[in-house]
Design a protein around this ligand. Structure first.
Ligand code: GRF
Length: 191
């Protein structure tokens, strides 16, 4: 069983969906949060998952901020990281410590609409099809190698309705993709 840490900054519905998934590949051991007011923390408490809040302004640079996070990740023997609504770019320090072991979920068909407000942007652009992307994380903004995508036909001009549909898909997709890629990682370490 591999140990997963989820990084979230806000609502945390994806964190909860990943954590609740009963499977033999991964277990969510930790929530890492950069916002002490995040609803994700309440969800962690509900599921008895340890959480740690790191406030970036308590650190003099990104490197020391990420070093502090890595200390906790190592204390919990974390193998893999899933970003789920984590509103911060991952820096060199974490990327080197968890090479190809950090993934993210984004509410658009990347490379379209990276960054903030992807759902609103898609609606404003009047796209007919949008979706969800899961990708490896690199130093860019939603630029890493794509692992999985699901498309959705845009039937309404409402970003709220679209967001609900996107969330449903995310909650089903993320846990499955995570277990698939983490299992592959396990197989590679055996062979
Ligand atoms: C999701 O739509 C995800 O794709 C994006 O941020 C949102 C987080 O939602 N990266 P939640 O906090 O998991 O509810």
């Amino acid at each position: 069983m591999k140990k997963l840490a989820v990084f979230a900054s806000g609502n945390g519905s994806n964190f909860e969906a990943i954590a609740k998934f009963k499977n033999r590949v991964y277990q969510v051991e930790l929530l890492i949060c950069d916002n002490k007011g995040a609803l994700a923390i309440k969800r962690a408490i509900k599921h008895k998952i340890p959480y740690f809040v790191f406030n970036p302004s308590d650190y003099d640079c990104k490197d020391s901020f990420e070093q502090a996070i890595i200390k906790v990740l190592q204390a919990y023997n974390i193998d893999f990281i899933a970003l789920a609504g984590y509103m911060r770019l991952i820096g060199k320090t974490l990327l080197e410590a968890y090479k190809m072991r950090i993934v993210n979920i984004h509410p658009s068909l990347l490379p379209a609409f990276p960054g903030l407000n992807a759902i609103e942007k898609a609606v404003n652009y009047n796209v007919k099809v949008t979706g969800v992307t899961i990708h490896y994380v690199d130093q860019g903004m939603d630029t890493g190698r794509i692992i999985a995508q699901r498309s959705i036909k845009v039937k309404h001009k409402s970003a709220q309705i679209l967001e609900k549909t996107i969330h449903k898909i995310e909650h089903r997709l993320y846990k499955r993709v995570l277990s698939k890629i983490i299992r592959r990682l396990e197989d590679e370490s055996i062979n």
